[in-house]
Design a protein around this ligand. Sequence first.
Ligand code: 5GP
Length: 210
Amino acid sequence: MTPEKGLLPEKGLLIVLSGPSGCGKGTVLARLLQNDSGTAASISATTRAPREGERDGVHYYFISREAFESRIRSGEMLEYASYCGNYYGTPKQAVERLREQGTNVILEIELQGAMKIKRSCPDALFVFIMPPSLRALRERLTGRGTEDAATVESRLAVAKSEIAQADQYDYIVVNDTVEQAVAQLQAVLLAERVKNVCKQKLIDEVLNNA
Ligand code: 5GP
């Protein structure tokens, strides 16, 4: 059961979801969104080339370095980071628009960007998706076959450093099985919604219903 709509704050929650490349956070997030119409994922901009099957405006906005740098200069990015040689960033306007409509917005971003959000939006919720082990992560990264050996190694190096800093997050969800990870993430979001219920409205509602 979710909290009564009228008792929820007007603005949607901001949820930051991180986890090393290959930890399965994209799958966990897609499964969560299927069952949660009040929550949407932000679409990032990146300078990396699209992988097979990725579509512009759906998975990412694939843009050039020049275009990305111009967006940084004009203040259009809520946060951005350089990751394994490419820029990744969150377009500010879309996130704000969704939150103003009361939709919860999830940013699936890496650690440097997450720490920037921590400074600029202290009310955001931070969740880290953890692989069961470094060995499992290496197997997943090699197994999906979307990156060459050098890229896998560079992603693993970043992964080690990200895992070591996971204590910066409010919650760590271990992705042992997708079902279990989704259930834990749903529980975390529900708890956050209940926590954010307008207490005074709830108190007034109960007292006025004599
Ligand atoms: P990938 O190339 O595998 O799609 O993403 C590489 C990393 O960039 C992942 O950890 C992903 O979460 C992160 N990422 C994706 N979009 C953004 C973004 O807008 N900002 C930041 N800081 N990281 C992002």
